[in-house]
Design a protein around this ligand. Structure first.
Ligand code: ADP
Ligand code: ASP
Ligand code: MG
Length: 419
């Protein structure tokens, strides 16, 4: 008998018919003698609808109240799934995040899980119940409802798996694993049999929304065995076959295969670029610009600064598009004169395309192949950043799909068989 956490995303529970299928799948695992905790998302489109309602009343919704509203989508799904399970003879109980004491900090709309009291869940499991928990939500120490950021149900699932010391966390979704890139953009993308945590972390942080980044961080930190697989296969397929399907996220030290240079390509349109021109180049200038930005709780991603011969510099950085207006307002206030910038320019028509792979450590020429491929497509690179296992380029957003397809081809990923 194993303790397994299942997570089903929005599409997987998008209709009552699909919820019935999910219930059949869970019944199969439960009848095989496993203890099952299920984490579910809101039905697909529901979280967007709820946020849309909030925005009809306030263009910039009050974060506390937004979380009260956005968290309700998941509450509907847990009730429906528990009912579907009971109606096929599986004992089940549903709980909101607060009911199973998912304690978070108070950063509404992007709260972090601090602790989970697993006692109630364990008692139910020991009593033979399937426990169905609402993903994406928790409560802070003052009892306020919080949510964990878009895609946060992945993190709920992995955090529960870590707290319960589960044998495995299975992320069921609408694709049958992690691909070399988003198969919606590149139909030739290949499923990876395994991908390392480091690569998955980079891919998630660089825009592959198949797993929320914090879920991967949690899994790496607490060594949760994590697998991404399809919820859209036949629910009655043999359990052993299902248990071995999809993509397993592995620890690098356990990977024996010769690594391909690149494992995947990630991309995002979620960022915007801000440039301060004509900034006097003196010590402390980066701090003077980015200190107040950080104090306003705005995350900065890429940063570029280069000194011109005249002692002036253009200072560029990227922020999440949701925080772009806030950052622009801040920089266009008294700060601009204080810094001595000539102008503050904003550009939301950018995207970031990245190639990722631990094989980069042992292969040379990855950056030059990336730059050559983009140049052959006539795409101008605006910013570049690198780490040991990734290279990212900011380009004009209209070229995003072209760039992803060209890079996928140039790096031979259609032929990739996965590790
Ligand atoms: P869920 O609702 O189950 O959480 P998401 O929509 O959040 O599902 O994530 C699954 C989607 O992630 C897929 O439908 C796919 O379009 C997208 N995706 C992006 N990059 C990748 C990738 N590298 N591999 C697989 N899917 C990807
Ligand atoms: N329902 C939330 C969202 O749409 C959380 C999730 O699906 O993981 O972002
Ligand atoms: Mg998701």
């Amino acid at each position: 008998m194993a303790l397994i956490v299942h997570k089903y995303g929005g599409t997987s529970v998008g209709t009552t018919e699909r919820i019935k299928n999910v219930a059949r799948r869970i019944a199969k695992w439960s009848r095989a003698g496993h203890q099952i905790v299920v984490v579910v998302s809101a039905m697909s489109g529901e979280t967007n609808r709820l946020i849309g309602l909030a925005k009809e009343l306030q263009a910039e919704p009050d974060p506390r109240e937004l979380d009260v509203i956005a968290s309700t989508g998941e509450q509907v799904t847990i009730g429906l799934l528990a009912m579907a399970l009971k109606s096929i003879g599986i004992r089940a109980r549903s709980y909101t995040g607060a009911q199973v004491r998912v304690l978070t900090d108070s950063a509404f709309t992007k709260a972090r899980i601090v602790a989970i009291d697993e006692a109630r869940i364990r008692a139910d499991l020991d009593a033979g119940q399937v426990v169905v928990v609402a993903g994406f939500q928790g409560q802070d120490e003052h009892g306020n409802i919080t949510t964990l950021g878009r895609g946060g149900s992945d993190t709920s699932a992995v955090a529960l798996a870590a707290a319960l010391r589960a044998d495995e966390c299975l992320i069921y979704t609408d694709v049958d694993g992690v691909y070399t890139t988003d198969p919606r953009i590149v139909p030739e993308a290949q499923r990876l049999r395994t991908v390392t945590f480091e690569e998955m972390l980079e891919m998630a942080s660089l825009g592959s929304k198949v797993l929320q980044i914090r879920s991967v961080e949690f899994a790496g930190k607490y060594r949760v065995r994590l697998r991404v697989l399809s919820s859209l296969t036949d629910a009655d397929m043999p359990l052993e076959e299902e248990a071995d399907s999809g993509t397993l996220i592995t620890f690098e030290e356990d990977t024996q295969m010769e690594q391909a240079a690149i494992s995947g390509i990630a991309f995002t349109r979620d960022e915007a670029k801000i440039t301060l021109t004509g900034v006097p180049d003196r010590p402390g200038i980066a701090y003077q610009i980015l200190g107040p930005v950080a104090d306003a709780n705005v995350d900065v991603d890429m940063i570029i600064q280069n000194t011109g011969a005249d002692g002036l510099t253009d200072f560029s950085f990227t922020v999440h598009r949701n925080e772009y207006a806030k950052a622009m307002d801040l920089l266009n206030g008294p700060l601009k004169a204080h810094i001595g910038a000539r102008a503050v320019l904003g550009d939301t028509r950018i995207c970031k395309v990245s190639v990722v792979g631990i094989g980069m450590r042992s292969h040379v020429g990855i950056a030059s192949l990336m730059f050559r491929t983009l140049s052959e497509e006539g795409i101008n690179i605006q910013m570049i950043s690198t780490s040991e296992i990734k290279i990212s380029c900011v380009i004009e957003d209209k070229y995003m799909e072209l760039a992803v397809r060209a890079l996928h081809k140039a790096f031979g990923l259609e032929q990739s068989v996965g590790a």
